[in-house]
Design a protein around this ligand. Structure first.
Ligand code: MN
Length: 502
């Protein structure tokens, strides 16, 4: 069950971070909290609570994913530049470039307005752009979105639906593809009740009926499992009970004629062991104790799911002949299953950053992951032909540039302000006289970079493009327009010289 929005405190947050990273700079976390609190002073959430409750809750979710302090700090500050008088420069001065870059990434992601299918694509692109630049930004975005979903009651129904639908269609699938099972489940459950209220009520009732008995029973099974495994000599075992997330239960019910009796993993027992060998040993011990159902043993260790999920699953006739699913995995597999790609950034039990988890580096499989997400998205929405533009090689030689309204324009590398102007509209290209890049005035031949925000200045009285622009533009569209106009100008001029023509 996903808990309701937590009422986090800064003390609880610091305590949580220190619990997995003894060396975390909790003073800096407190400083970020105070900075955000002062900046948001007087602002209220739609719920009526002081604004600071929101970034605090978001950072608490990040701490639950065992994220390092800089991500926690960026989480606390994530709404500051957008909503307050304090700027990114202020943040950089106080907390350094790494934190301010993450906050800048979130700010850009925030400028999406979801309207129809085109917005859907742009929204996706923006997420991909953010991921390609620094995937930590996406973790913060998930935490931000999760808290917004859990406090959605306070806003108008139409907006509720939009935000919830976007979470189901964009955020949850991306979390899933990144292997972040826990985040995916929480996002889906929080969105579910707003997108499909009747279905939600139905599933909730199914899950609630007999819950007390089921929990009591599961408790008994867990104790028995512990003792059976310990008796067989397995050490360092952890046995947990787990209820299926509501939305995933709903999907499963749809696949099984809405018949709850056919859903065997409504609750499951998780066995977390020390080593790979212990996984198979535990499987054997469990099968010796309880008879497995035929065809229900799945080895996702030998053959991981496409999103990297690894575990052994088996369903057995358990105590009193009840059917129970067991999931067996090592600690490391468990962390990867719950936090996915985020586990690369999280801390292990000893408080050390995991191997290969430098604060900013992308995991080596990143490019592959991205390609897979994109493929899955295409499966889901094959009717969106434009999604083909999301092919991975797009990121190699394409840049994504924003309009001040948050629209994304993708251009070939080394494109200029003129290319951008033509990409928006031929008229804008023909009449452009200058640009603002990230709020700074720039010339029209300015080469744009990934993530730039560009505003084009036009002079409506201008007759057409400067033919010299053809020398530096990169897009075919801009080039042909410039040539076209230049040609017609010359031919007009020649025609004007000839007698008897006009
Ligand atoms: Mn926010």
């Amino acid at each position: 069950m996903s808990p309701k929005a937590v009422q986090a405190t800064i003390d609880a947050l610091c305590e949580r971070v220190l619990s997995y990273d003894v060396n975390a700079d909790s003073n800096l976390i407190r400083k970020a909290y105070q900075f955000a609190k002062d900046a948001h002073e007087g602002q209220k959430r739609a719920t009526g609570e002081p604004y600071i409750t929101h970034p605090l809750a978001a950072s608490m979710y990040l701490a639950e994913m065992r994220m390092p302090a800089p991500i926690i700090i960026a989480g606390l500050l994530h709404d500051v530049p957008e909503d307050t008088s304090r700027t990114l420069e202020d943040i950089e001065a106080e907390f350094g470039e790494d934190v301010s870059n993450m906050v800048a990434g979130i700010t850009k992601l925030g400028k999406i307005k979801y309207r129809g299918m085109e917005r859907y694509i742009e929204n996706l692109r923006k997420m991909f752009l953010a991921m390609a630049a620094d995937v930590r930004v996406v973790f913060i975005k998930f935490a931000d979105r999760l808290h917004n979903l859990e406090t959605l009651d306070a806003i108008p129904p139409k907006k509720q639906y939009r935000i919830a639908l976007e979470s189901l269609e964009i955020y949850a699938p991306i979390a899933n593809r990144l292997g972040m099972g826990e985040m995916k489940g929480r996002l889906e459950d929080a969105a579910f009740r707003y997108v499909l209220p009747k279905e939600y009520a139905w599933v909730k009732e199914i899950a609630a009926s007999g819950r007390a008995e089921r929990e009591e029973y599961l408790d008994r099974v867990m104790k028995k499992t512990e003792s059976v495994l310990a008796d067989a000599g397995l050490k360092d075992i952890e046995v947990q009970g787990r209820s299926k997330h509501l939305y995933s239960l709903y999907r499963k019910l749809l696949r099984n004629e809405r018949n709850i009796a056919r859903v065997y993993d409504l609750t499951a027992v998780r066995v977390i062991v020390d080593s790979l060998a212990d996984c198979y040993a535990a499987l054997g011990i469990i099968h010796a104790e309880w008879t497995p159902l035929k065809g229900r043993i799945k080895d996702y260790i030998a053959q991981p799911k496409p999103n990297g999920y690894r575990s052994l699953h088996t369903t057995v006739f358990c105590e009193d002949g009840e059917i129970v699913e067991f999931q067996i995995r090592t600690k490391e597999m468990h962390a990867m299953n719950e936090y996915g790609i985020a586990a690369h950034w999280s801390y292990d039990e000893a408080g050390k950053v995991k191997v290969g988890a430098s604060s900013k580096s992308k995991p080596p499989e990143w490019v592959r992951e991205l390609a897979e997400i994109q493929r899955e998205m295409e499966d889901r929405k094959t009717y969106i032909k434009s999604l083909e533009d999301l092919k991975i090689d797009v990121f190699k030689d394409r840049i994504f540039v924003f309009t001040p309204q948050g629209d994304v324009i993708d251009l070939p590398e080394d494109s200029t302000a003129v290319d951008f102007a033509y990409a928006i509209h031929t008229d804008i290209g023909n009449t452009c006289i200058g640009a603002k890049v990230n709020d700074e005035v720039a010339t029209v031949d300015r080469v744009l970079k990934n993530g730039d925000m560009v505003e084009i200045m036009v002079d409506k009285s201008r007759k057409g493009p400067n033919p010299d622009w053809a020398a530096f533009v990169k897009t075919r569209h801009a080039k042909s327009n410039i040539r076209q106009t230049a040609k017609s100008k010359i031919s007009d001029w020649i025609k004007g010289m000839l007698p008897g023509t006009k």
